[in-house]
Ligand binder design. Structure first.
Ligand code: SAM
Length: 229
């Protein structure tokens, strides 16, 4: 059994989870960071509060705070119910059980929502959708993508993945993507095509084990950097 979702859902994680998923060091946190598909994650809000520099990009930023809250709350019951039904598919270490994990997502959303209007005015929450990014070449030191690419492999095509990853590499000097599993907890069918495509374009692609595993077996992160000649 696995979680079944009709579409990509807004479900947000905390800065601590981002730090573990992406193996972010103190030096990484001081870089100019883009979070693509950050949705209602509290990463931007929490890092901004510590004077770091993060821009988040997501189609849901077109909605009001109230509309986003409603969408997350609608997602909540279904996600928590499906996690209970599939609880052996997850590692219950960071969270005690599906209710606890659901509460953490709502908490992340609350922190995000409290920051959203101000962050939008400051240009930290930008509306749009991959595979196109409205940013300059090399505008970010680090571009992160959590729980969108690879996870939603059944919803997003190989072509979408290739274009999106190439675009992330255009705007970010380094790109990190987590997880590499899809919703059925199998390695995404798009991982190998992305590795081959980016290697062909002159990038170094590394797959790194990280200190974060929630989906059982999902503890790998892809890191892509340009090979300097
Ligand atoms: C499961 S949530 C993950 C949120 C956050 N990255 C995290 O890990 O906590 C997936 C997010 O991807 C966003 N999304 C869906 N399609 C997208 C696209 N084409 N480009 C950018 N973001 C997209 C959704 O709106 C949603 O907020």
């Amino acid at each position: 059994m696995a979680i079944v979702l009709k579409q990509v859902v807004p479900w947000g994680r905390s800065a601590d989870e981002y730090c573990h998923m992406f193996a972010l060091s103190e030096a990484d946190l001081s870089r100019r960071i883009l979070g693509a598909g950050d949705g209602p994650a509290s990463f931007n809000a929490e890092l901004t509060a510590k004077s770091f520099n993060v821009v988040s990009f997501d189609p849901i930023y077109d909605f009001t705070a109230q509309e986003i809250a409603q969408r997350v709350e609608e997602t909540y019951e279904d996600m928590v119910r499906q996690m209970w039904e599939d609880r052996d598919g997850f590692v219950w270490k960071r969270f005690a059980n599906p209710d606890d994990s659901g509460k953490a997502r709502l908490k992340a959303m609350e922190i995000f929502l409290a920051d959203f209007e101000c962050g939008k005015q400051q240009g930290r929450y930008i509306t749009g959708s991959l595979p196109t990014l409205p940013f300059d070449d090399g505008q970010f030191d680090l571009a992160l993508c959590s729980h969108l690419l690879f996870l939603y492999s059944q919803h997003l095509s190989t072509d979408f993945h290739l274009q999106s990853v190439q675009e992330l590499c255009r705007v970010g000097k380094e790109v990190r993507i987590f997880p590499l599993l899809d919703l059925t907890r199998n390695k995404s069918e798009h991982v190998e095509p992305v590795c081959a495509h980016m290697t062909e374009l002159g990038y170094k692609v590394d797959i790194q084990i990280v200190d974060y595993e929630f989906q059982r077996g999902g503890n790998q992160m892809m890191k892509i950097t340009k090979i300097e000649v």
